[in-house]
Design a protein around this ligand. Structure first.
Ligand code: DGT
Ligand code: CA
Ligand code: CA
Ligand code: ZN
Length: 594
């Protein structure tokens, strides 16, 4: 089952709505509403739109108009909607992507466009900063500040990609090359910040090892890949291109097979890590570069075919790429103390996911089916729908959680195993209290508490109060940041980690591509303080379950072994851990007279 097409279509329909709204007028406003509604319906369909539209009457079941349905069929046939191409020509091109910036909807942009004829982002920033904008209705310093801040945050992501965007792009490109000229390729890999698992990626660095006689053909195949928009450079052993609508830069370097290991190390970086390695080599009278490890005096080649070989020659253990940041890993490798980092194989289940009961797109059975098919080694899936305070996400009342538990039991009976666990993502209210009573929390298999409101204020106390509840097992997306759109709320993370350690509360590493929350640095602090971590995807769509890779990469950058991650344990052990957590919390509260 795929919903990526649904999302693409939903985005396109929402864009059409944006265009109509920007153009303005009563008829257009009405059209915008219709398209926006269709976008919402399609985003939440339980199955691919192509098969869904054949089985169901979209007009009768969802109230989508005939005209819109025609557009959907057009998309399914052609991959685009002509009307959209028509409409976007009537809107200054540079303004279209700005419609996603918080505080800058299509209506606000139109207002600015009509008053000041802005055509570009620079025009907009100029007007906002000049003060002229205050003549307009509804524009005060607060709103202007918000927009400017949103534009700044956006800029960070137009210059760099999210980890997941880069990873999927790199894999697609390598796979296409493999399909087209696979027989010429000996080895291929992505290197650079992507291989190290950084949260944002400047450009993608691809390496291919192949016999020199094939280099020209490979470079040609690379520059002719389907999504290449511009070739920046193409030489004999390297090329740079811009790919896709976002024009992401991808560099390719061709490596001779015997130099593969040295090149992979060199182009993986980080720069600081490489500097340290070269120093170590020099101390032996050797030199290390992208071609190999050589004796300085005789120029004799000592190693270079594989990374392992180079590290071994330097008397070191192989270092996982996620650790190559010169933060102490070199010393560990010299002492043969590199930890065995957690991998996706160690994960026994997903700890946060949403079904159609709240804002997810799949039923509980569909979720379980998908997960069992794609992650056959998982032993459990924790369902954590929202609680009632989170209205826009269709949060559940205590009564609904109890009804949901019955459905979970039915699904588990059908699966013949206790696979789905009844959890909740309980909202931490503004006053720090929880949105569900303890009587219910007690009955649940796992409770994650998260903040979904009041992002401006310092939320340390709210989170600490949640930790003090014996039935709260973990804090979800602890900092609340959204890469590219929202800063973390003010938080004293040291204090939170301390309280988590004392009360036995776990912290989540949320694998959503724009959350990655906790980040690597905080996760490292948490690990060092003995705070258990849970890895989760926060899945709302079937494809989201694959975000576990993201959570794992953050944990690896934090040097976590399976032991540091709660969901590497069988469920029975988690049950025992929950009791431990409850009693630890009680002890802490007694000691502190809470
Ligand atoms: P990014 O692309 O900004 O996210 O970060 P990286 O780490 O991928 O950096 P990038 O693409 O400039 O280079 C990839 C790797 O290649 C980098 O981590 C280390 C290596 N490298 C590239 N250029 C140099 C250089 O001039 N000197 C050294 N020592 N290493 C380099
Ligand atoms: Ca790079
Ligand atoms: Ca590069
Ligand atoms: Zn949440």
């Amino acid at each position: 089952m795929t919903t990526s097409r649904n999302r693409e279509l939903a985005k396109l329909l929402a864009r059409i709505a944006d265009m109509y709204e920007f153009l303005g007028g009563d008829t257009n406003r009405f059209r915008a509403l219709a398209y926006r509604k269709a976008a919402q319906v399609i985003e939440n369909l339980p199955e691919d739109i192509a098969s869904y539209i054949e089985k169901h009457d979209l007009q009768k079941v969802h109230g989508i108009g005939q005209k819109t349905i025609e557009k959907i069929r057009e998309f399914l046939k052609t991959g685009t909607i002509k009307k959209y191409e028509e409409l976007r020509k009537q809107v200054p091109e540079a303004l279209i992507p700005l419609m996603d910036v918080p505080g800058l909807g299509p209506k606000t942009l139109r207002q600015l466009y009509e008053a000041f004829h802005i055509q570009t982002e620079d025009d907009l920033i100029h007007i906002l900063k000049s003060g002229k904008v205050y003549q307009l209705k509804g524009f005060g310093p607060k709103k202007v500040q918000k927009i400017l801040h949103g534009l700044e945050l956006r800029a960070t992501l137009t210059q760099r990609m999210l980890y997941w965007e880069a990873l999927t792009l790199a894999r697609t490109l390598l796979q296409t090359l493999q399909d087209r000229i696979g027989t010429l390729i000996q080895k291929s890999a992505y290197a650079g910040s992507l291989r190290r698992g950084k949260e944002t990626i400047g450009d993608i660095d691809l390496l291919i090892s192949a016999s020199p006689q094939h280099h020209t053909t490979i470079i040609q195949a690379f520059t002719q890949l389907p999504d290449v928009k511009e070739v920046l450079a193409a030489g004999e052993t390297k090329a740079s291109v811009l790919v896709g609508d976002n024009r992401r830069q991808v560099d390719l370097r061709l490596i001779q097979p015997h130099q593969w290991g040295a090149a992979l190390m060199y182009f993986t970086g980080s720069k600081n890590h490489n500097v340290r390695l070269r120093e170590l080599a020099r101390a032996h009278g050797w030199k290390l570069n992208e071609y190999g490890l050589f004796d300085e005096a005789s120029n004799k080649r000592l190693a270079g075919t594989t990374e392992e070989e180079v590290f071994a020659q330097l008397n070191m253990q192989w270092i996982p790429p996620e650790m190559r940041e010169d933060q102490g890993e070199i010393e560990l490798a010299l002492n043969h103390q590199i930890p065995k980092l957690v991998s996706i194989q160690d994960i026994r289940g997903d700890m946060q996911s949403h079904s159609t009961w709240s804002d997810g797109s799949l039923s509980i059975l569909e979720m379980a089916d998908y997960v069992l098919k794609h992650f056959p080694h998982y032993e459990y899936l924790v369902l954590t729908d929202h609680s009632q305070a989170v209205r826009i996400a269709g949060g559940l009342s205590p009564e609904q959680f109890r009804q949901q538990k019955e459905e979970i039991q039915k699904v588990n009976a059908e699966l013949g195993r206790d696979f789905v666990k009844a959890g909740a993502e309980v909202d931490i209210l503004p006053n720090g209290q929880l949105d569900l009573p303890n009587e219910l929390l007690k009955e649940l298999d796992f409770v994650i508490a998260s903040i979904h409101s009041h992002f401006q204020r310092d939320n340390t106390d709210r989170i600490i109060q949640a930790c003090l509840n014996p039935y709260v097992h973990a804090i979800g997306h602890p900092t609340g940041r959204l890469l590219g759109t929202r800063e973390p709320y003010p938080l004293n993370m040291e204090q939170i980690i301390e309280v988590c350690a004392q009360t036995g509360t776990a912290l989540e590493i949320n694998g959503q591509p724009d959350r990655m929350d906790l980040n690597d640095q905080y996760a490292r602090w948490a690990r060092e303080a003995g705070v258990p971590l849970i890895l989760s995807t926060d899945a709302h769509y079937s494809s989201n379950f694959h975000y576990m890779e993201i959570a794992v990469v953050i944990a690896r950058r934090a040097w976590c072994t399976p032991q540091h991650i709660l969901n590497t344990r069988p469920w029975q052990e988690i049950t025992l851990w929950k009791q431990e957590k409850a009693s630890k919390t009680q002890t802490y509260k007694t000691k502190r007279h809470f």
